[in-house]
Design a protein around this ligand. Sequence first.
Ligand code: SF4
Length: 326
Amino acid sequence: MNSEYAFIMKCKQKVLSSQKITAYEAKSLINISDESLQFLSDAANEITRKFNGNVIDVETLINAKKGTCPEDCSFCSQSAFYKTGIDIYKLLPAETIVKNAKIAKDNGVKSFCLVCAWRGPSEKDFEQICEIVKKVNSEVGIEVNCSLGFIDKKMAIRLKELHVRRYNHNLEAARSFFPKICTKHTYQERIDTNKIVKKVGLELCCGGIIGMGESRMQRLELGIDLSDLNPEECPINILVPQNGTPLELQTKLSLSEILRTIAVFRFLMPKTILKIAGGREVHLANEQEKVLLGGANGIITGGYLTIDGNTAQEDMQMISRIGLET
Ligand code: SF4
């Protein structure tokens, strides 16, 4: 254990002095014994505080268009390929979205993300989204982020002009695991969209889902690919198996796996907002504070795209209970 502690400290010092850890070091960190896991979490916490202070980034999502997606992501209850029984709807009216943005702002939430379940927006849909963004900007004044699937450079520039701050497009899984979870598009297409986002000067929000049956090394592979993209924000979802999807019987990840993954992602992306997203409440129950003291510095509050979550009030209380702020 002593040698593991010394190794964690050595890697921590490297990151604190703005050096990158190697892939080999990251592999040794993620394979640390359970006995040393608390040291790893504490070191990730120290890195988080040094580069990100005490602030937790709190965001609310709105599922602006739900279900009937033509893609076949095996974790997703919004895919038209699976009979999941979720309610479906077309793009919500602007008034509904503005109303939800106002509620988020009144709850002390800093950013509001418009999410749509489709491969990418049609020109008509995109024009509607632009009008919605303008309305939220002028009537609410909350930071707006978007997650609209594949977009081209023209669309990305337009979003930037409309003062969208951040664009979300997750890698979802490691390159080596991706073909097992999706056959309708490629990993490279996802990388390419992320590069467009960066190129036009939008902030990038790019993360993935853990617990889909990938190996620990594939989780690390995802972390390394994500760090190569250098996103401003990285959401980490923990799979909540959805009825009717190919992953409905997937076994749960242990707390130890979740904590070691988040900690190592922090070592790999010291300055990124590491946001613990879908699955937080389901998997972590009374242990949610551990991830915010073990590398994560962001949450999504008020529920997710197809599952409920904590209320904003509950989350704000949790954040102040552990001495952090929003
Ligand atoms: S994850 Fe996105 S692209 Fe994949 S099926 Fe769900 S909504 Fe469609």
